[in-house]
Structures are given as C-alpha cells and as structure tokens.
Write a protein that binds this ligand. Structure first.
Ligand code: SAH
Length: 204
C-alpha cells in the first residue's frame, strides 16, 4: 500500500509514511472487507459511511505538517483509522463522531491497539470541542457547504485546518492556515466525501 499508492504519488513526509506503515488498516474494517482493506479505494464501514482511500488519508495528514507536539481535532471519527494515523504523529487527538455505533467500534479498536492518546466523544463536531481548544491542527473527514465558524475559532495561531467543502456530490479539499491573525484558504484537490451533518454542515 505504502509503496504503490503513496510513494509513487506525492506523499513525501517521512513521518506520515511511517505512520501509514505502522497502523494496521485491516483492524478498522469489517471482517468481510478484510481482504480489500489495503486496496486503493474507500470502503464502506456501515451506517452509510466510508473509510477514505489510503492515499487521501495520507494526503490530508501530510497537509497538516505535524511535528509531534501538537493537539489535533478530528471531526468524523468513523472507523477510527484517520484518528489512529494522526495519533502516531502528534501529542493528543480529540475526535468527534455523531453516530454512536461507529464511535463504539472505533473506541474498541483504539483500546485494542493501545492508542491511548486519542479522546473521543459523541456530538455534532461542527461545533468543535471548545473545552480542549485551541487546536494546532483540525481535520474534517466529511464534506460540508463551508468551513464551520466554530472550527476556525478553535484553531490555534499558527494553525492548519483541512476540510472538503462544496456540494453533496463533489468537493474541493481546502487548506485553511491561520498565521499572525490572518486566515488564508488554499484549494488542494478535488475529492468526494460523505456528508458533514450538523448545525454548521448539511441538515439531516
Ligand atoms: N475519518 C473516518 C472517515 C469517516 S466518514 C475514518 O477514518 O474512517 C465521515 C464520518 O463523519 C462519518 O462517520 C459520519 O458519521 C461523520 N460525521 C458526519 N457529520 C458529522 C458531525 N457533524 N459531527 C461528527 N461526525 C460527523
């Protein structure tokens, strides 16, 4: 997976590559899907949601430029795979999921793999997690109409945030950077994500 899908493309950050090599992706998918868990595509994880293609996980992770001492917020825990990769690259991961069945599954795997620097909660992640902010980096793994205001407010300065925004079929992956009080937004690539559903996302 790492050689054919990441190194052959534009994943160059050594720490991201190491984390992607170490985290066992097959643990985050159903048994029925296990044989396909390292394939170059997203996979269903139940409740109509998907775990992103490995390349997209690596791409979004790399865009955060983590050095090791950061506190990171993830919105959309899903299978838990992205949070697991992040947990190898920073101090602490806070992750928020709105579907109980998915969150329960992810928590089991975090315990099983002893990824103890991940904290999770069931909530509308478009509101962020104000008690634990500001966050050095924020990653939203579901697509919404715009970057939620509460997340921009909870991003540290300096800080980096990645999130897909657009319509419900196709989105642009945006990188928002906060530096010396200024916010800049860059478009990275086109992507397809499941809906971000919540107060600052799509309405359910
Ligand atoms: N990062 C996940 C990808 C999961 S797909 C992984 O590695 O597997 C996106 C997830 O976002 C879904 O589980 C969906 O339920 C969740 N989601 C959608 N809107 C949300 C919201 N407002 N708050 C928290 N989670 C949300």
């Amino acid at each position: 997976m790492v050689r054919e899908q990441l190194l052959s493309r534009d994943i160059t950050d050594e720490r991201t590559i190491t984390a992607m090599s170490e985290v066992p992706r097959h643990c985050f998918v159903d048994d029925a899907m296990m044989a396909r868990s390292y394939g170059d595509y997203p996979l269903p994880i139940g409740a109509g949601q998907t775990i992103s293609q490995p390349y997209i996980v690596a791409y979004m992770t790399q865009a955060l430029k983590l050095k090791g001492d950061e506190t990171v917020l993830e919105i959309g825990t899903g299978s838990g795979y992205q949070a697991a990769v992040l947990s190898r690259l920073c101090q602490k991961v806070y992750t928020v999921e709105r579907m109980n069945s998915l969150l329960a599954g992810a928590r089991k795997i975090f315990d099983h793999l002893r990824y103890y620097n991940i904290r999770s909660k069931l909530d509308d992640g478009t509101l962020g997690w104000p008690d634990h902010g500001p966050f050095d980096a924020i990653i939203v793994t579901a697509g919404g109409p715009d970057i939620p205001e509460p997340l921009i407010a909870q991003l540290a300065d300096p800080g980096r945030l990645v999130m897909p925004t657009g319509d419900q079929d196709v989105q642009e992956l945006k990188l928002l950077t906060k530096k010396e009080g200024q916010v800049e937004i860059e478009v990275l690539t086109r992507v397809r994500f499941v809906d971000l559903v919540g107060e600052y996302g799509w309405r359910s």
